[in-house]
Design a binder for this molecule. Structure first.
Ligand code: SAM
Length: 325
C-alpha cells in the first residue's frame, strides 16, 4: 500500500523481525489488550526508537503524529479501534514484521474518521461551494466526461449533492455514496427517491468500500472535490472497489490530490488546502494494479482557479471491455 518499495522492505523487515522478536522489551501497559490502538502506538514508537522501521514509516509516524500524545490518533482511537481492531489483533502474531501494516491501518482509519468528522460538523462548505459548481462543471468537468456512459452512475462522497444535481439529469440510476449519514439525509431531502428520469439510491460507506454495490454493475463512477482529502491508502482501496463495480467498458472520473508529488507521506489535515499525499503517479500505479486503464490525467492549478499549481489531478480511468477484475 505504501508503494512498491515497501514490498521489498517488508521482506527484509521480516528477517530483522525474527531476530528482534527475542529481544523485545515489554511495552507499556503489558497487562492491557496488546492488540489495541494504544498498545500498537507504544509498540510502533518503541520499534521507531530502536531503528527497526523503514525511512518511509519514520516519515509517516512524524507526519501523522503516531504516538501516545498525538492529538488526532488519540481523539479518534475508539473509532479507529472499531474499524481495524480485528486486523490489529491479527497482526500481533508477528509484531515486528507486521509493524508497517499496523501503521497503515491506523493511519488509514485516522484520516478517514477525521475527514468524516470535519465534514459532519462544519456544514458551511456545502453552502459556500454550491455557487461554484456551474462554472466547474461546464469549464473543467463536462469536457472530460462528456463521452461517458451515464446510465448507472455513482457519485462517490456526494456531500449535499451539488454534483448529483447535474448527474441526475444524465443518468437513469444514480447511486449516492458518503461516509456521513447527515450528507445522505441532505441529499434525500433534496432529491427523494427519483428525480427527472433517474432513480436515486443512497449508500452509507465505512470509508473505503462500495460494499452495497454489486460487481460489474456501474457504468460511471464520479467523484469531485472529495478524494482530494483522502489519504493514498483510502484512494488505493477505493480504486480496487471501483474496478470491481464497473461494467467492462465503464469509466471513472476521479478528482484527487496531487500534493503527494510535492509532499509525499504527509497528513491531509496539515497540508495546503487540506490536500492528501495522493498523486497522479500513484493513481496510475493503483489503476494498473487493479486492471484499469488510465485514459487521461489533467493536473489542476492556478489557471483553473486553484490556490497553487500542481495541487490536484483529475484522472479518467476505464475498465477494459474484456476485463475480469
Ligand atoms: C468537501 S466535501 C465534497 C462533497 C461533494 N463532492 C461536493 O463537491 O460538494 C467531501 C465529502 O466527502 C465525504 N467523505 C469524507 N471522507 C469520506 C470517505 N472516506 N468515503 C466517502 N465519503 C467521504 C464527506 O462526508 C463529504 O461529504
Amino acid at each position: 500500500m505504501l508503494g512498491r518499495a515497501s514490498n521489498a522492505f517488508r521482506k527484509t523487515f521480516k528477517a530483522i523481525g525474527s531476530l528482534a522478536r527475542q529481544s523485545q522489551a515489554p511495552h507499556p501497559g503489558a497487562d492491557e489488550d496488546q492488540g489495541s490502538v494504544k498498545a500498537w502506538l507504544a509498540r510502533i514508537n518503541d520499534f521507531h526508537d530502536r531503528g527497526l522501521l523503514s525511512e518511509q514509516s519514520r516519515r509517516l509516524i512524524v507526519a501523522h503524529d503516531i504516538n501516545l500524545d498525538g492529538h488526532a490518533v488519540n481523539s479518534f482511537s475508539e473509532k479507529i479501534e472499531e474499524r481495524c481492531g480485528e486486523s490489529l489483533r491479527a497482526l500481533l502474531v508477528e509484531s515486528v514484521a507486521n509493524a508497517e501494516a499496523a501503521l497503515e491501518e491506523i493511519i488509514k482509519w485516522k484520516t478517514a474518521i477525521q475527514c468524516a468528522d470535519s465534514h459532519d460538523r462544519s456544514k458551511g462548505y456545502f453552502h459556500d461551494a454550491e455557487p461554484y459548481m456551474d462554472q466547474q462543471w461546464n469549464q473543467i468537468i463536462y469536457p472530460v466526461i462528456k463521452d461517458s456512459d451515464f446510465s448507472v452512475v455513482v457519485d462517490l462522497a456526494c456531500g449535499h449533492g451539488r454534483n448529483s444535481e447535474y448527474l441526475r439529469r444524465l443518468s437513469k440510476e444514480l447511486h449516492l455514496v458518503d461516509i456521513n449519514q447527515s450528507c445522505l439525509d441532505a441529499c434525500k431531502e433534496r432529491f427523494g427517491n427519483s428525480t427527472h428520469q433517474a432513480q436515486i439510491f443512497y449508500h452509507l460507506t465505512i470509508g473505503n468500500s462500495l460494499h452495497s454495490l454489486a460487481d460489474d454493475a456501474i457504468s460511471f463512477v464520479y467523484s469531485w472535490d472529495s478524494m482530494v482529502h483522502f489519504d493514498k491508502l483510502i484512494v488505493a482501496d477505493y480504486t480496487k472497489e471501483i474496478a470491481r463495480v464497473l461494467i467492462p467498458g465503464g469509466s471513472a472520473f476521479l478528482h484527487h490530490s496531487n500534493y503527494g508529488s510535492i509532499s509525499p507521506d504527509s497528513d491531509w489535515a496539515k497540508n495546503l488546502g487540506t490536500r492528501s499525499d495522493m498523486s497522479a503517479e500513484l493513481m496510475t500505479l493503483y489503476a494498473q494494479d487493479c486492471g484499469l486503464e488510465v485514459l487521461e490525467q489533467k493536473i489542476l492549478g492556478t489557471e483553473h482557479g486553484w490556490g497553487a499549481d500542481g495541487l490536484d489531478c483529475i484522472s479518467l480511468l476505464r475498465k477494459p471491455m474484456n476485463a475480469r477484475v
